[in-house]
Design a protein around this ligand. Structure first.
Ligand SMILES: Cc1ncc(COP(=O)(O)O)c(C=O)c1O
Length: 387
């Protein structure tokens, strides 16, 4: 039997990310020679007469071949030691929070993905965490907010939906001096193709794999990747095994398949978003465009340093109020009015109405996930919609 996994570990590390996206974690199926991995639906795996599990699997909540392949691939792409795949992006955050102790202090961005605020304040409200929301684009604010009991520093860059950019190396440096805190970066908007938080010294990275990583708007998932062993990762593993927030084998298979084209999709998403942002910037009925690839974006210099591309997400504020923004979305013919991001279809969304009454998002803001359609068609559609 050809041991493709061993061979790939030895040589893949030296190869480019496009190659690793296709090969990392994969092996030709030893039983059949299948190049695309089989989907292992079995929930249970045979023991040896001595009682051991010689193939490494016992029960699918603990581990499954499709999940393992995906985890190995994601750990490789992110340059991490190990990855854990969860049933959703929010299940990752939930597992990490379950690992904290009552009274622990959390630092999170003031514009953190809105549902995470709901999880911390709502679902975990009775756990007695102390939480401070700070502007992470100002490292001094973070430094000032640290407490002796700060255990988790959560960063999201680029942020959703204002596209704020946080200097990951600066955050990692501050956290390093404060020995007790573990840093986690939500890199969903950037993916490992455009940004490598672990290289900047961040302890763990998370992605909603629902978005670009799976890439086709047909599977929900989340991943946690650690640069080194740490107690929160181990507790997240335990929360996953015994809490049960595991993805199905088919979901893992779909996500792994999506990753094969991720580097090329990210290039196209980025190119299209850059063109759209430039177009919107010069539109008289547009008040502001939030895209880190624009030189006047406040985070442009940091993004240019820590990202290899500015990504496919942008938001813009129309001149006028909530109704004016809603009307633009309503007039779109090609852009679909739908939440989420990272798929081939371009999506447009009035964020404030999704985020509810406590939203901090401007009412005249529309968030755009720029898809893989031709950019000329996207520009034409938004132009007619804005009027
Ligand atoms: C930046 C970011 N993080 C996390 C999540 C949560 O991921 P999921 O919907 O897979 O639970 C989302 C979802 O939109 C997101 O945009």
């Amino acid at each position: 039997m050809r041991d493709f996994t061993q061979r790939s570990h030895a040589t893949l590390a030296l190869m480019k990310i496009e190659t690793r996206a296709v090969h990392a974690g994969r092996h030709v199926d030893p039983a059949t020679g299948a190049v695309s991995p089989p989907i292992h639906l079995s929930t249970t795996f045979e023991r040896s007469p001595e009682g051991s599990y010689p193939r490494g699997f016992s029960y699918s909540r603990d581990g499954n071949p499709n999940r393992l392949m995906l985890q190995q691939c994601l750990a490789d792409l992110e340059g991490g030691k190990e990855a854990l795949m969860f049933a959703s992006g929010l299940a990752v955050a939930t597992a990490l929070l379950q690992g904290l102790e009552p009274g622990d202090h959390i630092l999170a961005p003031d514009d953190v993905y809105w549902a995470l605020r709901e999880v911390i304040g709502g679902v975990f409200g009775k756990f007695g965490f102390e939480t401070t929301y700070v502007d992470m684009t100002r490292p001094d604010d973070l430094r000032a907010a640290l407490r002796p009991n700060t255990r988790l520093i959560w960063v999201e860059t680029p942020s959703n939906p204002l596209m704020k950019i946080t200097d990951l190396a600066a955050i990692a440096e501050i956290a390093r001096r404060h020995k007790n805190a573990i840093t986690v970066c939500d890199g969903t908007f950037a993916t490992p193709i455009l940004q490598q938080p672990l290289d900047c010294g961040i302890d763990m990275v998370t992605h909603s794999t629902t978005k670009y990583l799976s890439g086709h708007s047909d599977v929900v998932g989340g991943v946690l990747i650690a640069r080194h062993e740490n107690y929160l990762f181990e507790r997240a593993r335990r929360a996953q095994t015994y809490g049960g927030a595991v993805p199905s084998p088919f979901d893992c298979w779909l996500t792994l398949r999506g990753i094969e084209t991720l580097p090329y999709r990210m290039r196209a998403h980025t190119e299209h978003a850059q063109r759209l942002a430039l177009h919107l910037r010069s539109h008289l009925k547009v008040e502001a465009v939030h895209y880190p690839g624009l030189p006047n974006h406040p985070g442009h210099a940091v993004a240019a340093r820590q990202m290899s591309g500015f990504g496919g997400m942008l938001s813009f504020q129309v001149r006028g109020d909530r109704e004016a923004a809603m009307a633009v979305a309503a007039r779109c013919r090609l852009f679909l009015r739908a939440t989420s991001l990272g798929g081939p279809h371009s999506l447009i969304e009035h964020r404030a109405s999704i985020e509810g009454p406590r939203t901090r998002t401007p009412q005249n803001l529309l968030r755009v996930s720029v898809g893989l359609e031709h950019p000329d068609d996207l520009i034409a559609d938004l132009s007619q919609a804005i009027g």
